[in-house]
Design a protein around this ligand. Sequence first.
Ligand SMILES: [Fe+2]
Ligand SMILES: [Fe+2]
Length: 154
Amino acid sequence: MAGSEIIHWSPTFSVGVKLIDDQHRELLDLTNDLFNHCVGDEKSERAYFESVIGKAVQYIRGHFSTEEKIMIATNYPGYKDHKRAHDTFVLQVIEQARSFEEKRSFTLLAFTRYLKDWILTHIAVVDKEYVEYFKKIATRKADGRLTITRSDIR
Ligand SMILES: [Fe+2]
Ligand SMILES: [Fe+2]
């Protein structure tokens, strides 16, 4: 069952910033890895979850912090709401991990689906909201490439 995908990358997910697109792909890979470990056997699902959840949360936090740094540096007006969405999600993931540790209701598949739904909605809707804003800054560049440097920030 290796290689099954619960989320497939689509070019429509692109936010036009390579650094962020690469991190989003990584998030999709992470979710697909979880999906590939949904074997229906609680013992092995638990073992897998325990072995990856810490790193997964760290990766998610790192990604959010990348986006937030760019938003702050570019004076993005939607920063506050976006950061709130990130923070709420991190708390929810931690809450789910805790519920798993305490052996309250949990299946790896339910967690994976939750992660998939949040990531898809967030990338396709909330992250997309900064694309036009970032593009405006980037269009001032001669080569037309979307890179944001210190000189772009007014
Ligand atoms: Fe993102
Ligand atoms: Fe985001």
